[in-house]
Design a protein around this ligand. Structure first.
Ligand code: HPA
Ligand SMILES: [Zn+2]
Length: 330
């Protein structure tokens, strides 16, 4: 049995495996510019975040109907459950769909057809987080928030993703204020490729409760001290960092030093279909390559539940935490 864990940094569109992409392409009459799954996998050699994003948005063309989004989420939840994920807070990118004519309602209700039954079908509790694409305008993000109004019963919070450099958190101040006024929780990608200042901005200007990635905080000792003092959770994604060349090698990943510094780290998969592994694969990789002890792995799992948005079900959170403490490593 794998270590029980929560996944807090997972883009549902990034769980689109090549096999499912071709299946949905055939179902929807969409022509992909790749001959087969092998040729598509060949394209998974990324230089940086942007080269990944180009392929990630291109493949989304196969997602058109509620059933497509339902199938996508079900495939992820089955894989995640097999790797010990007990709770998943799942990102989606509405603008990547609405801008190509797929309605917000199709996306949210399609995902909900899966998430609404996930506890029964997969043994995984879930929450949904809507991300704004930071390389589009703040006005577009505000319209997206408006568009989501009829579906807010399904959505726990907002996030910020896509190309980071040149699109600082401050660009989205008003959107995050509006989201907060609607009672939405707030997270944002910061310090993946962008500078440490973006992490401080995400906290101070956007009022985020967790920082997605946050990796580049290690360049600023005063920021690290603050993140430790305020116990700000960081949702790290080690295999993603290797594939997008944010770190040179997994062996060079700063996770052990970050834990030693007292940072509240969690380990997640980001876009598992593209980056070589799901949540359990990321845990296995950091255990094997970085030599993390069983107590460090348990700490990562404990942090994931402590940092999750389970305030509306504290009993469930305590049950998960008890599972973590009782877990016996094989
Ligand atoms: O790793 C990521 N970074 C920014 N945007 C993203 N959208 C999907 N994955 C990512
Ligand atoms: Zn991400």
């Amino acid at each position: 049995m794998p270590l029980p864990k929560a996944e807090l940094h997972l883009h549902v569109e990034g769980t689109l495996e090549p096999e499912l992409a071709f299946e949905l392409a055939a179902r929807n009459g969409v022509k992909l510019p790749y001959a087969d799954t092998d040729e598509l996998r060949e394209a998974y050699r990324f230089q940086d975040l942007q080269s990944f994003l180009d392929l990630y948005y291109e493949l989304m063309a196969v997602l058109r109907t509620e059933r497509d989004f339902e199938d996508l989420a079900n495939a992820y939840l089955a894989r995640a459950a097999a790797q010990g994920v007990r709770h998943a807070e799942i990102f989606f990118d509405p603008q990547a769909h609405t801008s190509r004519g797929v309605e917000m309602g199709t996306v949210v209700e399609g995902l909900w057809r899966s998430l609404g039954r996930s506890v029964e079908n997969h043994g995984v509790s879930t929450r949904l987080i809507m991300c704004f694409l930071r390389d589009r305008s703040a006005e577009s993000a505000m319209r997206t928030l408006e568009d989501a109004r009829p579906h807010l019963g399904r959505i726990v919070g907002v996030g910020l993703d896509s190309a980071e450099v040149g699109h600082p958190p401050v660009k989205f101040r008003e959107v995050y204020e509006a989201a907060a006024a609607l009672g939405l929780r707030r997270v944002a990608h910061a310090g993946e490729e962008g500078p440490p200042e973006y992490i401080g901005q995400a906290l101070d200007v956007l009022g985020v409760e967790r920082v997605d990635h946050g990796l580049r905080c290690v360049e600023d000792p005063a920021l690290v001290e603050r993140l430790v003092r305020e116990r700000v959770p960081l949702t790290l994604c080690p295999l993603s960092n290797v594939r997008l060349r944010t770190v040179d090698t997994l062996a060079a990943h700063p996770l052990p030093a970050m834990l030693d510094a007292g940072l509240m780290c969690t380990v997640n998969s980001d876009d598992p279909a593209y980056f070589g592994g799901y949540a359990g694969d990321n845990f296995d990789a950091v255990r094997t390559t970085l030599g993390l002890s069983e107590e460090r792995l348990r700490e990562l799992a404990r942090n994931s539940f402590l940092a999750s948005f389970l305030e509306d079900d504290e009993e469930l959170r305590q049950r998960y935490l008890a599972e973590v403490e009782a877990y016996e490593f094989p």
